[in-house]
Write a protein that binds this ligand. Sequence first.
Ligand code: NAP
Length: 292
Amino acid sequence: MLLFETPKAWARRVLRPAAPSPLAGRTVLVTGASSGIGEATAVAVAARGATVLLVARRADEPARVRERIEASGGRAAAYVCDLTDVADGGAVDLLVKRVLDEHGAVDYLVNNAGRSIRRSLSLSYDRFHDVERSMAINFLGPVRLTLGLLPSMRERRFGHVVNVVTWGVQMKAPKFTAYIASKTALDVWSRAAGRETYGDNVTFTNVRFALVHTPMSAPTEAYRRLPGRSPEEAAATVVRALEDRPVTVSTLPGRVGEVLNLVAPRLSDAAFHRLDRRMPDSRAAQASARKP
Ligand SMILES: NC(=O)c1ccc[n+]([C@@H]2O[C@H](COP(=O)([O-])OP(=O)(O)OC[C@H]3O[C@@H](n4cnc5c(N)ncnc54)[C@H](OP(=O)(O)O)[C@@H]3O)[C@@H](O)[C@H]2O)c1
């Protein structure tokens, strides 16, 4: 348990177990709240007394999660939005306007919606659109949404943004080129942005998850046998990141991989290359690579 806890979370759990969560009475917007980590996070945040704004692309899904939360006595509102529509006056701008009109402010933002693509380079030469769509949902959408909400957070001198990224940012794992590049862009953008907003009590956390067993990881056969966390365990980490506002949340292997990349980059290349050859493309990746 301690391995996954920040010192602040540990202190609260052990020294002040009855203290209310800092999320109680706050407004928390969670993107990708229709599935996996996002849905579990929304449920956990609502259970701590926050009003949760649920955002996802599929039409009926945010409403389904809202009903689930309300059935347990929580408060939630549902919004359908394609976060890749980042044009001026597009879906993300409309979402920001609606949310601020209806709720006045967003105290916490969880940029969780995302898409992972695991496909080797040799299956990707004709698939530049994999790079474009990864950047669209994993970087451009969350940045546009964050830019929309930051002015009111800074004006009110309160706000925290949690980005759900990946340990791939540290590992630089093969077959995830587009995915890792897009998540790294969000991780680094937020790190730099946080240095500007620090004085306004607006902060960022990058949560770099390893494997979580969700609909996203399911198509990769090799992952089904690997140990991973459940969406509920991952959600507990996101909640702690919201409550304690650390700069990053990483796994131990992620940190080891990061150090190895710094001190022995070629050794790291050789190790990952060997590992990569033992884990072929999934059948789903091979099949979709044959399609235009
Ligand atoms: N699973 C893992 O092993 C793992 C590891 C590290 C990081 N992550 C990250 O964790 C986050 C959540 O992933 P998950 O594993 O929980 O996957 P998931 O169950 O597939 O959930 C993905 C969510 O993103 C939403 N989404 C996708 N495209 C969208 C769009 N254009 N506009 C709005 N919403 C969109 C989906 O909503 P709709 O279905 O309605 O489109 C869904 O709610 C992702 O950012 C992922 O990269 C996952």
